[in-house]
Design a protein around this ligand. Sequence first.
Ligand SMILES: NC(=O)c1ccc[n+]([C@@H]2O[C@H](COP(=O)([O-])OP(=O)(O)OC[C@H]3O[C@@H](n4cnc5c(N)ncnc54)[C@H](OP(=O)(O)O)[C@@H]3O)[C@@H](O)[C@H]2O)c1
Length: 365
Amino acid sequence: MSADHSILVTGATGLLGRAVLARLLAADSHLRAFVLVRDVGRWHRTARELGNQSRVLPVHGDLCADGLGMEPDARAAICRDVTAIVHLAADTTFSSPVDRARAVNTLGTQRVLEIADDCETPVRVAHVSTAFVAGRRTGVIAEDLHSANMGWVNAYEQSKYEAERLVMDQAASWVILRSSTVVCDDVSGQVTQTNAVHRALGLYRHGLVAMMPGVVGSTVDAVTTAFVADGIARLALRDDAAGNVVHLCAGDGALPLVELLDITYERWATNPAWRKRGIVRPVITDLMTYSLFERTIAEVGDASLKRIAGALSHFVPQLALPKRFDTTNAEALLGCGAPPVRDFWIPMLDHLHARGAASPIARVA
Ligand SMILES: NC(=O)c1ccc[n+]([C@@H]2O[C@H](COP(=O)([O-])OP(=O)(O)OC[C@H]3O[C@@H](n4cnc5c(N)ncnc54)[C@H](OP(=O)(O)O)[C@@H]3O)[C@@H](O)[C@H]2O)c1
């Protein structure tokens, strides 16, 4: 495209948002971006990391405020200029109560769609979602809108599912880009932002995970920031991606849970000091037994065990709900699949260990 054109990006201070924005700007020298930010100071710190971002205009706002809380002039400029919205902002906390998760993820998306509707030209909405909108569903998970009948493991999944429905119902043109869990920056294994998976690994390393839900066939699907950000940046604005749901997931490259726990254990056991501590692998059990285990901790466990079990309860049940994310659309549109989890899991473990995470008990909440 030769003429200047503008987009609105939400969530640009986040892990994926800043990586996506950097790629979009690098790919198109005529692209200008408004970024919706809650804290302009935080945006300037992000902008410094990204380098010279003279084509980016921060707009103060909040997904939870009417009209996204933007000043009228900023809103008018966005409605006049933008041809696409890349919506990444979200409350990504698995433990958020449903009201909070909905306020940001569902109602916030509704407000983004209202801005899209007010724009002078029809706007493409590229909505970044999670593969785990599949919730309690098992088996092959298709790249389409699921029905709501199986329920979800946490309010985050539910609120993101509800947001997808709004996008499909209301946007003039949309693409839904569902990411799997991001565990490291790229296949080098570097970790910029720790999340629930890293905290769970920290607990396992400290021998604090006696039991873990799972079944035969449970796999762990995980991806790198680089793969997901590339996928979003390449597909968000592309005409032939419109109307598609795309799984930015490992798919067939997911790792069986048992194998993942084994290679993790074996990697740590190469350190004689760790081996000497005699930490054992967690017992893999069905969901019902795991719930009993959780209940026992809730009744008789000490405060830190309760916090650990409480934090894990918001996402580990997914391990007993085996899924394989279909990646047919992703591979057709991108011409490639994600790197298999095997390629970056051990480098990621080594990186986590080298940077010496703080006490997992302190950080688990
Ligand atoms: N990372 C993953 O593993 C993963 C996996 C699947 C799907 N996703 C999806 O990918 C998207 C980006 O995730 P991420 O990991 O990059 O998230 P993140 O690092 O937690 O960043 C969240 C972003 O959303 C913004 N935000 C949160 N609440 C907001 C509000 N009320 N108003 C305006 N902005 C708000 C944050 O801004 P502040 O700087 O103001 O906090 C930040 O820029 C999300 O939609 C998420 O659901 C992520």
